[in-house]
Design a protein around this ligand. Structure first.
Ligand SMILES: Cc1cc2nc3c(=O)[nH]c(=O)nc-3n(C[C@H](O)[C@H](O)[C@H](O)COP(=O)(O)OP(=O)(O)OC[C@H]3O[C@@H](n4cnc5c(N)ncnc54)[C@H](O)[C@@H]3O)c2cc1C
Length: 471
């Protein structure tokens, strides 16, 4: 990039607030008091992100008389659920391609369940009056390199063979008529499979809905350990214990209260910028009348979308794995990534040179080696967990919540019969092997992007083993 353009990029992020735009909201609800003393309940949900919130809500919807308690270590929605891109996808498999690759025999069922799940989210948002700017706009995957265009064409043919409808191939002019960037060569628009929403407001709305249905909720209440207690379980917190017949763990990237689950995920930091609201002229220079979410098709990809007040969220590209799987607030800020993202934004939308970013933030993603959630039980079926959503948990956590409730009920359902639900990813090895393997994979992926998509021996071997690294 030319020095003048680099200076423009640096200026554009100079005043950005180092917090998630979504959480920096005057309507952010007050935290609820922490648990003091002992509680007894039928179902304890640990974790106040989407995963835990949907579990509590669906438990109440299944049985309004069930007693449900939710504990959250900090505040509802503060983690991934309050800082993501807000792409709420039907896909339960981190994209159709990953699902077709791993579960070809059940992909049709997975797609059907995923679309039903997204429809159910849309219905719940309406039913509980959740003000989260839900817009079922779909998503366009854009090609910015010739080899990506060829891949999108092949992929479109494959999608048609699978009988999936509502996915349109756009040529260069058609994609630029939707969203105008000189870098776009074509695109694939999935019209119904993705909605855009305000992520933190979804979490806060679910919190309110849960409480209206009678869920008792405690914030600033970390579960410290999980032990058997009589015929149930007990979770110790700093100022009290919760005794519960059943426990559901929606703790995402944070160390699981079931130790043996820990090696299956690693934290991967993902970063995003949010612009100031665009002026009508700036927005007109891009188009974007249909307000879809967009993603580019490289291994190191960007995702971008409009907010309800016409800001552009621009995120992705770098996916940072901290040695040892460290999770720390200081990793939420990464100036070199923010600068890179700002430069890449200006390459994508040169007509928006001069636009400033108001917010810059990052957050940890619970990456697993197959990119889709895995599920299980512990303590003879009294505890269920779901984790490993990687970068696509906004929608699929609701499906995962249903799976956890099925498992805790000991019920065989169309969900628990799925190979995807019954199987597990490969765990990550201990350090230094995890770090070395992830770094090697990242370097190979970057080389593939720069080299016409050509996958080297390392990536081909990983593909054969069904292993990968993504965000
Ligand atoms: C920057 C970024 C962008 C993303 N973009 C997208 C996107 O556009 N689309 C998409 O589908 N996905 C996206 N994701 C992923 C998505 O946000 C997550 O998959 C989803 O939010 C996971 O929800 P969760 O409830 O499992 O986790 P979280 O939101 O992380 O919630 C887990 C909660 O559990 C609590 N907790 C953990 N341990 C304990 C304990 N012992 N006791 C009590 N509480 C505990 C934590 O405090 C936390 O609040 C993104 C993620 C990031 C970080």
């Amino acid at each position: 990039m030319a020095p003048a353009a680099m200076r423009t990029a640096a200026r554009s992020i100079a005043g950005a607030k180092p917090v998630s735009y979504w959480l920096d909201d005057p309507d952010r609800p007050q935290a609820l008091p922490a648990l003091t003393g002992d509680e007894h309940t039928g179902l304890l949900v640990v974790g106040g992100g989407y995963s835990g919130l949907w579990t509590a809500l669906l438990a109440k919807e299944r049985d309004p008389d069930r007693d449900v308690v939710l504990i959250e270590a900090r505040e509802v929605g503060w983690a991934a659920s309050g800082r993501n891109g807000g792409f709420c996808a039907a896909s339960l498999t981190h994209g159709l391609a990953n699902g077709v690759e791993r579960w070809p025999g059940e992909i049709a069922k997975l797609e059907e369940l995923g679309h039903r799940n997204l429809d159910a989210i849309e219905a719940a948002v309406a039913r509980y009056g959740i003000d989260c700017a839900f817009e079922r706009t779909g998503e366009i995957d854009v090609a910015t390199e010739p080899h990506q265009l060829a891949e999108l064409r092949e992929w479109h043919e494959e999608i048609q063979k699978l009988g999936i409808t509502g996915v349109d191939l756009l040529d260069r002019d058609a994609v630029r008529a939707e969203v105008d960037s000189p870098t776009f060569l074509g695109g694939l628009w999935d019209r119904r499979g993705v909605a855009m929403l305000h992520p933190a407001r979804l979490a806060w709305g679910l919190k309110r809905a849960c409480r209206e249905l009678g869920v008792r909720m405690y914030e600033h209440t970390p579960g410290l350990d999980l032990v058997r207690a009589g015929s149930g379980m007990a979770v110790r917190t700093p100022y009290g214990r919760v005794f519960a017949r059943r426990v559901a763990l929606g703790t995402n990237v944070f160390p699981s209260l079931v130790r043996r689950v820990r090696p299956y995920t690693v934290p991967v930091y993902d970063y995003a910028l949010m612009t100031e609201p665009l002026t009508p002229e700036q927005l007109a220079s891009v188009g974007w009348g249909n307000r879809q979410g967009l993603g580019d098709s490289a291994n190191q990809f960007h995702y971008f979308r409009l907010s309800s007040d016409n800001r552009i969220l621009w995120g992705g590209y770098d996916a940072i794995y901290p040695y040892g799987g460290r999770i720390s607030a200081e990793l939420d800020q990464r100036p070199e990534t923010f600068l890179k993202l700002a430069e890449q934004f200006l390459t994508c939308f040169p007509q928006l040179s001069g636009v400033r970013f108001s917010h810059a933030w990052g957050g940890a993603i619970d990456t697993c080696s197959r990119f889709t959630a895995f599920f299980g039980t512990a303590h003879r079926g009294r505890v269920a967990y779901a984790a490993g959503y990687t970068g696509l948990g906004v929608g699929s956590t609701r499906f995962g919540a249903d799976v956890m409730l099925d498992l805790l009920a000991g019920r065989e359902t169309e969900r628990t019969r799925l190979e995807m639900v019954r199987s597990r990813p490969m765990p990550f090895p201990p350090e230094p092997f995890a770090w070395a393997g992830i770094e090697m994979t990242k370097r190979s992926l970057a080389r593939a992007d720069a080299n016409g998509g050509h996958r080297d021996l390392w990536l081909r071997t990983m593909d054969r083993l069904g292993l990968g690294f993504d965000s």
